[in-house]
Design a protein around this ligand. Sequence first.
Ligand code: GDD
Ligand code: MN
Length: 363
Amino acid sequence: MTDAPAPALCVVVPCYNEALNVAPMVAALDAALTGLAWEVVFVDDDSPDGTADTVRRIARTDPRVRCLRRIGRRGLSSAVIEGALSSSADFIAVIDGDLQHDETRLPAMLHKVEDGADIAIGSRHVGDGDAAGLASPLRERLSATGISLAQMLARAPINDPMSGFFLLRRTRFEALAHRLNGQGFKILLDLLLAAPQPLTIVEVPYQFRPRTAGESKLDILVLVQFAGLLIDKSLGGVLPLRFLAFALVGAFGMLVNLLVTSAARRLGLDFGTAQTIGTIIAMIANFELNNRLTYRTMRLRGGGYWRGLVLFMLVCGLGAIANIGIARALYHDNTAGLAASAAGAAIGVVWNYAVSATLVWRA
Ligand code: GDD
Ligand code: MN
């Protein structure tokens, strides 16, 4: 036994390039959480700005501060999951590391959960909550669309399902952890959708502050991942999300192939050459897209990138041969042309997926 018991509250702070915000964040938590036994875990994805070093410097003199550094990984949701699972505290709070969320609401949120709520959510859309910190009309529009979609899926009435600011018991988090999608930004929505029974939610209003240092990491890929999360959850996990993304990229590749082939034909190349060029370019485009989207979390770089590209082209080349072979054989057997092509394509995509998931992007 040591004389330092596990803290009651663990504040998980996902960070990417937030070096300038770390010290103000610790000071803000210190002021907001007086009288509570708390710790803060900054989960940093190896930010180039030295966020992890900044956290460690503070941790040297303040044992409440911890650094969880991940290398070769990116993602707000997965960072939060790992930060939460690293703690022994009874309660887990999640808050952004850029001071946009209002940490002074944390004690109120803690009381709500102590009083029996499954989860307390900092909400920009109830009472005197406010989303002034949303930077542009476009962001407001995107935010509104996302909210409607999320409200449809979450089976609990909730005003701000897109919030990234919430608090719940660690045991509850852990019970849901194995059912989380873990991709993208929407860890709260992920948790709500993972619950077998709707959670009892209490929303605590707060004012979303503008960012003062650093910049937002929300980009188009994050929005694609959000769409992926919704598709994944609405299909009830029947088809793995990765497979859907892979198939979508594959369909896009067929389009690229068609366009390049016909362009090459128009330049006067013979059909065989034109199709070979079309196929190669489509494969490279597909590899690039899969590497950036489908397998974003295990993205290949450097030497691994080239090795992956060559393997991917070999795998898909075999897939294409199988695809054409099956389509021909079926066509020969009097199956209608379109059905034969569809069967060929379906078997081709399953083959490509299965083999590249095990050989190219090894989990
Ligand atoms: N570890 C890690 N890895 N942290 C990340 C990553 C990542 O890949 N991407 C973003 N973060 C951290 C940021 O450093 C910041 O502390 C927090 O996650 C939120 O990221 P922002 O880039 O500031 O997002 P935002 O302000 O556009 O949106 C946030 O606030 C909204 C309102 O609550 C997100 O939390 C949204 O999910 C939330 O709806
Ligand atoms: Mn932010």
